[in-house]
Write a protein that binds this ligand. Sequence first.
Ligand code: ADP
Ligand code: MG
Length: 252
Amino acid sequence: MSSKNNAASEIVVQLKGVSKIYRMGEERIVALNDVNLDFYKGKIYCLLGVSGSGKSTLLNIVAGLEKPTKGEIIFKGRDIGRMSERRLALFRQRYIGFVFQQYNLMPTLTALENTTLPLIFRRMSKRVRNKKAMAMLQAVGLGERYKHRPSQMSGGQQQRVSIARAFVNDPQIVFADEPTGNLDTKTTTEMMNLICGMAKKHNQMMILVTHNLELSKYCDEIIYISDGKIEKIEDVSAQKVEIGDADFGISN
Ligand code: ADP
Ligand code: MG
């Protein structure tokens, strides 16, 4: 990838004075309170906070799934918060990869079909889409199971498919919202190595959302969030576990 050289200084997304207030009848819920953050290329962030602290709201706003009440989210010189729904859909398709706690796979589609989904909107033949998706499934160790549907796979295997789908389009931003919340300890370690290894190999920025401090050892920085406010940002890159810069067999 050509942009590897300036990895240290390139900002991918910038949040400026972002607030989100939900109104429930008379009640005002401040989900985000004047958040200012810079996210850099090639870095893995751990967004850490208890349930209800605003983690998902922050992710949804950066992904353009929700509008901020106040503030700007700058990506490639544009404010995501002001984009039309049509542009936002394009932005997500082109630049964002998601890994969810519940995997969010389409139950009627095979592993291969689920993995090709983010490529459907690209000008790409079906043959090329399948080839890329197949390479990703091999990279996550599921090459043999490309014909399986979600109900025919374990939780860990389904999460592997969702990881393949998140990375197949070479996204600039990867969101992982409690990606190991439903998995046992051994599978959690495997998944964290896989997700973080992928992001590292392709020099992508990733935001890992969790309430589990243990997972921060895979990350470069911990962003502590509490009651919608950023409490502290801690650089933990020196304590980071060694994630093999393994060749997962992707050749795109
Ligand atoms: P987390 O992901 O850290 O658990 P959330 O971002 O989901 O936290 O929620 C932050 C706060 O905003 C919580 O108090 C939650 O109840 C509230 N909230 C989230 N989404 C909505 C919504 N759509 N309507 C009203 N309140 C919401
Ligand atoms: Mg949440």
